[in-house]
Design a protein around this ligand. Structure first.
Ligand code: RM4
Ligand code: NI
Length: 288
């Protein structure tokens, strides 16, 4: 099937320019085409259908694509789609950087050329792309070099902030929040840290260290404290049997629960309850 082939001469300011930022605010529908230059696309807002080498992607804010000259792509069904399309000519780049590593080219499968940016990453890239966009409009040699330097920064910042579409890139603080939350909802059920880390694609070792560093205790230690705290609350105010209290606090063996409780609180659960529920009737206590 024949299609459009876009030429450098039509889109770059001069034959010295290695980079040009095509702001597509909006990006209209655009038929299938290839180029003799490459593209780095960052989607800011809206949505649309991006067809890259016959593979459809529904795109929206935070999506990042590295497109090679020979790729065929098109935009369809766009809806307020806003993106910046950074056009670049690989062989015009002069700075000695690992451009191939920074801007995955023809050697990289297109699955690895599609990434996501989170909100913090987008905010930083937004400023960087704006600066690049202004610099690319100038024609003196210094600006050419500066454009390249800014482009290099864009490439590097993308490496720092992008993440695979199916796994988040969470800051330490966000990882900690996520874990603390998961522990709270795990009081009455088993919690497996390795399982949690696999599910959220986090590094278990690093997370354990971070937890210890920030809380002064181990993950299991904290979970145990949460459970004992819940147990104390139930024993002070509730009417459940010791077995029920144990189950609600994630212990399936009530004898084991009593041992653990005794060890850390200093008294058995039953005694603890009596201490706080002095006026609990013998009737109430009879079935405990
Ligand atoms: C289009 C679209 C294409 C790009 C051209 C230069 O609007 O963004 O992908 O190749 O501009
Ligand atoms: Ni294109």
């Amino acid at each position: 099937m024949s299609h459009l082939k876009l030429a450098t001469t039509d889109y770059f300011l001069s034959d010295k320019h290695a980079i040009t930022v095509a702001d597509r605010h909006p990006q209209p529908e655009f038929p299938t085409h290839s180029h003799d230059f490459n593209e780095l696309v960052i989607v800011w807002r809206g949505n649309g259908l991006h067809i890259l080498n016959d593979v459809p992607y529904t795109i929206t804010c935070g999506d990042v694509f590295y497109i090679n000259a020979d790729d065929r792509h098109s935009y369809e069904s766009v809806n307020d789609l806003e993106l910046d399309n950074i056009l670049y000519n690989r062989h015009r780049l002069t700075l000695g950087a690992d451009w191939e590593g920074l801007l995955p080219g023809t050697g990289t499968h297109q699955r690895q050329r599609y990434w996501r940016l989170g909100t913090p990453g987008m905010a930083i890239l937004r400023q960087q792309v704006d600066a690049l966009s202004r610099e690319c409009l100038k024609t003196d040699p210094l600006s050419a070099l500066l454009s390249e330097a800014l482009f290099l920064q864009v490439g590097l910042l993308l490496m720092r902030f992008r993440h695979a579409p199916d796994s988040p890139l969470l800051s330490d603080a966000e990882q900690l929040d996520l874990l603390l939350m998961a522990l709270r909802v795990s009081i009455d059920q088993p919690f497996r840290l390795d399982e949690f880390c696999r599910q959220h694609q986090l590094n278990a070792r690093g997370l354990k260290q971070l937890f210890k560093q920030q809380t002064g205790m181990g993950v299991n230690q904290y979970l145990r404290q949460l459970r004992l705290c819940k147990a104390m609350d139930l024993l002070r105010h509730g009417q459940q049997t010791i077995g029920e209290v144990a189950a609600r606090c994630g212990f399936d063996d009530s004898n084991y629960f009593s041992v653990v409780f005794n060890q850390s609180v200093g008294v058995a659960p039953r005694e603890y309850r009596q201490r706080f529920q002095k006026n609990a009737t013998t009737e109430n206590l009879a079935h405990l």
